[in-house]
Design a protein around this ligand. Structure first.
Ligand code: NCD
Length: 313
């Protein structure tokens, strides 16, 4: 039985919770594909409260809410355009916004911000990214993408490439997939490896993983390759960026040497680590992920607002 009030991370979601969310998402697809009209979120208001830049996450949340009959209020640059600029704390802002909205999608630069907001909020908080910690709605759209592209979430070799130290979407994806039968290969420049707390959870759950710097070798036996951006804004010094920028990039020739067609994913935006010659590769799924983002976020809004029709469960 799904009984979470807030979505702060993947850490607390079970396999059954994930399957439930993905199932509701698949049932909602006909609405987003324009085959069916649904007003299941009528009279509900979503607030998108974003303290960091966003294109896909905020707009897909808003589009999903509107397409399902709900309404949206939005602060896109809260650090500068909300009372945060005057020094208001996050708890105080949350205790204000909860009066205006039935659900809040929050993106914040601080690790743990969604947990803090959830402690104060009467209405559900959906974490749209908290610093370098977690990005659960990205993970659920990534899992829907893998399911659609590969037909299963089990028995897969998953390669993650890039700045695995600071990337919240790979943190959450590793946690989410650790509820399934998968094996990970992490490819990263020295000093940019997956955080120890994620590795500890993988160990605890008996999920095999290896860490390497050799991208071609890792890709050879992969089912899914998930490429991520160097999180420049989260590095301690700008020199660190120049040290590793361009140190890895997935391109078509690496993929042509793989033993099968690989599903290529990226949370986007890409800035050089995924060559444009991959765009026409048959397994390139990264421009299908943004669509799946709208579908999954629609499912999450429907679930957390308790509006899931019986036949969608
Ligand atoms: C990412 C994010 O903000 O974490 N974008 C997204 O939500 N798709 C990735 C990034 O900024 O690199």
């Amino acid at each position: 039985m799904f009984n979470l009030k807030h979505l702060t991370g993947l850490k607390n979601l079970t396999r059954a919770d994930i399957e439930y969310i993905l199932n509701v998402a698949r049932n909602l697809e006909s609405v987003f594909a324009g085959q069916k009209v649904s007003r299941i979120l009528e009279n509900r208001v979503l607030a998108t409260l974003f303290y960091e830049p966003s294109t896909r996450t905020r707009l897909s949340f808003e589009s999903a809410m509107i397409r399902l009959g709900g309404s949206v209020i939005s602060v896109a640059d809260a650090q500068r355009t909300s009372s945060a600029w005057k020094g208001e704390t996050l708890p105080d802002t949350i205790r204000t916004v909860e009066n205006y909205a039935d659900i809040i999608a929050l993106r914040h630069f601080e690790v743990g911000a969604a947990e803090t907001a959830a402690q104060y909020s009467r209405v559900p908080i959906l974490n749209a990214g908290d610093g370098s910690n977690e990005h659960p709605t990205q993970t659920l759209l990534d899992m829907l993408t893998i399911l659609k592209e590969r037909g299963t979430l089990d028995g897969l070799n998953i390669v993650m490439v890039g700045d695995l130290k600071h990337t919240r979407s790979t943190n959450s994806l590793a946690l989410g997939l650790s509820n399934f039968d998968v094996a990970f290969t992490f490819v990263n420049p020295p000093g940019f490896s997956t955080s120890q707390w994620i590795l500890d959870i993988l160990k605890e759950r008996g999920i095999p993983y290896t860490q390497t710097e050799n991208l071609s070798e890792a890709v050879h036996d992969a089912d899914v390759v998930y490429v991520c951006r160097i999180q420049k804004e989260r590095l301690e010094s700008p020199e660190d960026y120049h040290k590793i920028a361009g140190s890895y990039a997935l391109n078509r020739s690496i993929l042509e040497n793989a033993s099968k067609v690989v599903t290529v994913m990226h949370h986007l935006p890409r800035v050089g680590e995924l060559a444009e010659d991959v765009d026409s590769y048959p397994g390139a799924a990264y421009f299908r992920q943004p669509y799946n983002g709208m579908v999954v976020r629609g499912a999450l809004l429907t679930i957390f607002l308790n509006r899931v029709p019986e036949e969608y469960k």
